[in-house]
Design a protein around this ligand. Structure first.
Ligand code: SF4
Length: 349
């Protein structure tokens, strides 16, 4: 089922599925009950464009912190629960906007039913999260190991249990740290049901490696038209996950907010300090609220031509910069004035 055709659910006021804009999530790594730190981190998430934030609820104090955290932040709050159904119920009663559980580790159908009944009563959605490390043994045996089939059918089994309880405000995640398995699993589950999908590559790893793994995995899944909300998992500052997630969406044309920079890799034709110029421009362009493409190219031989898709740009000459618009050179400035001149032209657009 492509993202246009999935069911629509809501996480707070944010729509997920059925053609809604693909949203970006992250998860706090503060102690949730440390309200000051958790609120500060969620506000940092908001400042870089987070759509939905998730926090682990490990005890009753965490659950009781939810209404205060929510009153001080703007993005919907997802409560992440492992094992304890009473914590799930407390989180829902304390106002979380969505609950993330793995029904397989809640301790039986009756306990899951109590969580589902509470979701119904409070009109909130649920994310069913299954990862390759928590597949029901029954499916591992049936499909001969941890693989795409055992992951998908184990997830579907949990979905059917929740459906039988008369609830379907659910989204699904099928996580694997193996990129190929994740891609194939999301593709398969999208053919087996019409629930919106929360896409991520779990335990992707530290910075550069994690970014590459997540970009390849999440990007491949999204490019198939599958996936309604994403979370990049990095071992690092979770704010970075949102920056990377938004960049993945922008690369695929799924997010058109803000300025997209196209810049060349530099070569022997580059006669200006292009890397410094791009870094300086990026910092200043981040503060401008326009939906445009800006090209910053090393030379005029290929610059304007290579960046024909851009709305405006700059190409280096020998110690000079040539500003171009719609592929035509409109102005020449000295190298040290390039960024300033570019910003001036962009503000005029
Ligand atoms: Fe080299 Fe010019 Fe291409 Fe940049 S735009 S990589 S300087 S040829």
């Amino acid at each position: 089922m492509k993202r246009e055709d999935t069911r629509r659910i809501y996480v707070g006021n944010v729509p997920v599925g059925h053609g809604a804009r693909v949203t970006v999530q992250s998860m706090t790594n503060t102690d949730t009950k440390d309200i000051e730190k958790t609120v500060q981190q969620i506000k940092e998430f908001e400042s870089v464009g987070c759509d939905i934030s998730r926090s682990a609820i490990n005890d009753m104090e965490d659950a009781k912190a939810i209404p205060i955290i929510k009153s001080m932040t703007n993005v919907p709050f997802v409560a992440d629960i492992q094992f304890h159904y009473k914590l799930a119920i407390a989180a829902i009663e304390n106002g979380c906007d969505c609950i993330r559980i793995n029904p397989g580790n809640i301790g039986g159908v009756d306990k899951v039913r109590q969580i589902v009944d509470c979701c119904k009563a409070h009109k909130i959605s649920m994310r069913i999260g299954v990862n390759s490390g928590s597949i029901n043994q029954k499916f591992i045996d049936k499909y001969h190991g941890v693989n795409v089939d055992s992951l998908c059918y184990s997830c579907l089994d949990q979905v059917r249990m929740i459906e039988d309880m008369g609830f379907n405000d659910i989204k699904l995640s099928l996580k694997s740290s193996n990129v190929n398995m994740a891609i194939d699993s999301y593709e398969k589950i999208s053919q087996l049901c019409d629930y919106p999908l929360h896409v991520g590559i779990t335990e992707a790893g530290p910075s550069t490696k994690g970014i590459i793994k997540s970009s390849v995995g999440i990007g491949s899944i999204l490019s198939k038209g599958i996936g309604d909300t994403i979370r990049v998992s990095l071992t690092g500052d979770p704010k970075e996950e949102i920056v990377v997630g938004r960049q993945i969406l922008k690369s695929l044309g799924l997010l058109k907010e803000g300025i997209e920079i196209i810049s060349c890799p530099t070569c022997a034709r580059t006669k200006i300090d292009l890397i410094k110029i791009v870094n300086e421009a990026e910092e200043r362009l981040d503060k401008i609220d326009k939906n445009i493409k800006v090209a910053i190219m090393g030379c005029v031989v290929n610059g304007p031509g290579e960046a024909r898709e851009a709305d405006i740009g700059i190409a280096g000459g020998n110690g000079v910069g040539l500003i171009f618009k719609d592929g035509e050179i409109i102005k020449k400035v000295k190298e040290d004035m390039m960024v300033e001149a570019l910003i001036e032209e962009i503000e005029r657009l």
